[in-house]
Design a protein around this ligand. Structure first.
Ligand SMILES: [Zn+2]
Length: 91
């Protein structure tokens, strides 16, 4: 399951920032409203310069987002149901 994330996908923040591992917002669930090309900037936590990366933006945030490596796709309910049914057959 490695389809690229798309607008409208439900995702959860599962990792901290790569450079210093700060885990803000871990567990936050949101629907991707859009993608932005995050500007090259300094990490607000440790001050290390950060490369510009694509970020997924939640609907309630306008100027910032989450780098894609921090996110995990939450499969649509229909897919969860299907998995459950398949497991039921095996059990
Ligand atoms: Zn940092």
């Amino acid at each position: 399951m490695s389809k690229p994330l798309e607008v409208g996908d439900l995702v959860m923040v599962v990792r901290g920032k790569k450079c210093c591992g700060v885990g803000t917002h871990i567990g936050k669930i949101f629907k991707i409203a859009r993608f932005i090309s995050g500007p090259a900037a300094r990490c607000w936590s440790c001050g290390k310069p950060q490369k510009a990366v694509i970020k997924a933006v939640p609907p309630d945030i306008h100027r910032s987002g989450y780098s894609l490596y921090r996110l995990k796709l939450i499969p649509p309910l229909s897919e969860l149901e299907r998995t459950k049914e398949e497991e039921g057959v095996l059990a």
